[in-house]
Design a protein around this ligand. Structure first.
Ligand SMILES: [Zn+2]
Length: 158
């Protein structure tokens, strides 16, 4: 999301909403499965096949609108890259056998407070969110929505 603040990218008016959806989609799909005892939290939607298929679906369903489908693709790819090393990129073509965690929620909370990498990325996330809100003066719902859609006031000074 921070990268969309780079003027050259900002000019293209990327649909940040699609970026956001892409970047959370793998976890939205996979995490509930873990709670049901299926997979490891990085499974059905944490692989290249899913990336390819969902990109094509978005690309075609938006009438080949790259302003929407490319940010979506970027969000999705970034998510998987940040999940390395535990990403089953070639699922389902290669079978992956990873440690099954008994109490997932406890594990996530534990990581949130004890894993330095997780803590740093979470803090970086919050800081960049605040940076984006202040820089673009996004203090109201409508402004935020316009910003996400890649429209609105935020491009007026260019
Ligand atoms: Zn993930």
């Amino acid at each position: 999301m921070v990268l969309t603040e780079i003027p050259q990218i900002k000019k293209l008016k990327p649909n940040r909403f699609a970026l956001l959806i892409g970047s959370i989609l793998p976890d939205v799909i996979d995490k509930p499965f873990v709670l049901l005892g299926i997979g490891t939290g990085r499974y059905f939607s944490h692989n290249l096949l899913f990336v390819l298929v969902s990109f094509i679906v978005i690309f075609l369903s938006t009438k080949r609108n790259l302003r929407v489908s490319l940010p979506f693709l970027c969000g999705l790819t970034t998510h998987l890259l940040l999940d390395i090393p535990y990403v089953p990129f070639f699922y389902p073509f290669i079978s992956y056998e990873w440690v099954v965690i008994d109490d997932v929620i406890l594990f996530w909370f534990d990581a949130l407070f004890t894993n330095p990498f997780v803590i740093i990325t979470e803090i970086a996330g919050v800081v960049s969110l605040v940076f984006i809100l202040i820089k673009n003066k996004l203090y109201h719902r409508k402004e935020i929505m316009d910003y996400l859609k890649g429209e609105g006031l935020s491009i007026q000074h260019e």
